[in-house]
Design a protein around this ligand. Sequence first.
Ligand code: COA
Length: 389
Amino acid sequence: MADKKTDDLISCYSPGLADIPAAESAVSYVDGKAGYLEYRGIDIEQLAENSSFEETSYLLLYGELPTAEQLSAFDKTLKHHRRIKFRIRDMMKCFPESAHPMDSLQATVAALGMFYPFPTNLSGELDRATIDSVCVNLISKLPTLVAAHARMRHGDDPIPPRDDLSHAANFYYMLTGEEPYPLTARILDVAFIVHAEHEMNASTFSTLVTASTHADPYTSISAAIGTLSGPLHGGANEDVLNMLDEIGNVEHVEDYLNKKLLNKEKIAGLGHRVYKTRDPRATLLVKLYKQLTDKIGVDTNYRIAREIEKLSESTLGAKGVCPNVDFYSGIVYRKLGIPTDLFTPIFAIARVSGWLAHWKEQLGHGRIYRPAQIYTGKFGVPYTPVDKR
Ligand SMILES: CC(C)(COP(=O)(O)OP(=O)(O)OC[C@H]1O[C@@H](n2cnc3c(N)ncnc32)[C@H](O)[C@@H]1OP(=O)(O)O)[C@@H](O)C(=O)NCCC(=O)NCCS
């Protein structure tokens, strides 16, 4: 029985909320047709060229590039909060060895909230120091959580953070026990920058939906990590490498693509809700990869990926389905020796700055998210006693 309410809802229904604005935001801007991305008005290419993850995080959180003094103070605070409590570390030790690092990260971030109680009030008004400490705590600790879990699952001890290393270099050090070469550190740093923010995507929306109930920010970021883990979102970077491994050889690409397209299956790392051309972040990641392989030459993974991009241009490219950020990120990470199942946690280490920038923006003037639904069930069904069913 359709009614006026249902008819009105049907007229504005957009599956996946496509093209429905869910918030106002000044954090970042994407032009999906031109393949253009800006953080706080600054072109991502310029940030990748000139900035650091620490500086970019400041920009996202506070809206402006920091002065030298502001950056130095922010960097010092980030370094100061890298350590994690032994109870969190011991909790991770108890996770099953087979636990996916994204599941571990989601659980430990949720648990962090128990150690850093957050004042909840109905007005949502918070002092700046409280907001700053949440942002710093999460940005600082995510790399430590990921690196510690990655080591402990193999029975190795976690490596304590080093305060003399940058955010990216310290992560690599905690993961491998080795100080990275400057190029390795810079490549990881740029990868963090290009993953740090991307306006109203699924995980950012999760952050905002959860935070709109005035749930604490650790719960909200934990929700975002869960959302990012899916293969249609951040989890695609892991799928891309698994796909490249499965194809194994450039000569097999055509057959693989034909089979996938015939079965109407999606190719990991291609397509995007907003970009209908090559994602500018994919272009930046290819540049990074080339810096890494300048002397030693490109590897099979890269050759296969380029062949997929080339051969899919005429079929998928015509529909606006092109390489997204996840298509080339894993190839870069693998070249750095990082295990495949850490690719999405690395995405989270970077994206937490963007999630928090949106969380901050919504504080104090957000309204609880409560969309509508189009009811497709029955009406007026009489209750049947159990002995009559
Ligand atoms: C990202 C993604 C979820 C966007 O989904 P969406 O905006 O709902 O796009 P649609 O599913 O409506 O795709 C539009 C068309 O392109 C096709 N398409 C989209 N992505 C495709 C892919 N990766 N491989 C093959 N075809 C694809 C769809 O089948 C659809 O074709 P049709 O119009 O003939 O039915 C989707 O492109 C995808 O699943 N990509 C693979 C996973 C991935 O890389 N995710 C990371 C995103 S950053």
